[in-house]
Design a protein around this ligand. Structure first.
Ligand SMILES: [Zn+2]
Ligand SMILES: [Zn+2]
Length: 181
């Protein structure tokens, strides 16, 4: 593990959220889809299952996506802005069999707020560790999905939406074509 467990989980969740408005279109179209996202990424605490909550989470996506494209100074501004806006107050807590980890807003804060603050806290860790290069854009042609590279050897190039397989197939076909000519 490169970073604290909660940092890695938050980074993965933030990237997954950004990519719900990515190469495959709208992947968070309704409350049921948000439910599935909530469960998949191990969220606990307040979850209203309302359209308003869904919209708030959807509207967070462009703001988080910006982090993947921005220069460090702007990333710092976004992170500080999110933490300030939501009055983040880091506290170590344990719950649901999870070891001590940081929460910076109460568990009954709105879901979009908690996702935003957790993402900001996790990105803050990357900034402090000098590891912003872990945030990348998928290298597959025309895929603009975001990638968090948590591999030890920084080898991750493609997003989770199958681009790694697509790239392997393309490379295989190119090799075969070259072999025939
Ligand atoms: Zn927690
Ligand atoms: Zn991709």
């Amino acid at each position: 593990m490169l970073f604290a467990h909660d940092t890695e989980c938050s980074l993965i969740a933030a990237a997954a959220l950004v990519n719900t408005a990515g190469r495959d279109g709208e992947l968070l179209p309704d409350v049921a889809a948000l439910d599935a996202f909530f469960t998949r990424h191990g969220y606990t605490g307040r979850h209203e299952r309302t359209d308003a909550e869904l919209r708030a989470v959807q509207e967070l996506r462009p703001r988080l996506r910006r982090i993947w494209y921005a220069e460090p100074a702007e990333i710092v501004a976004v992170v500080n802005g999110l933490l300030r806006e939501h009055r983040a107050l880091p506290q170590l807590i344990e719950h649901d069999d999870e070891p001590y980890h940081l929460h910076a807003v109460p568990r009954d804060a709105p879901l979009a707020t908690r996702i935003a603050v957790e993402a900001a806290m996790a990105i803050a860790d990357l900034v402090r560790a000098g590891e912003l290069s872990r945030l990348r854009i998928c290298e597959y042609p025309d895929c603009a999905n975001v990638v968090v590279d948590l591999s030890r050897n920084r080898s991750r190039r493609f997003c989770e939406a199958g681009c790694g397989n697509r790239a392997a197939v393309t490379a295989y076909r190119a090799r075969r074509a070259a072999g025939r000519s």
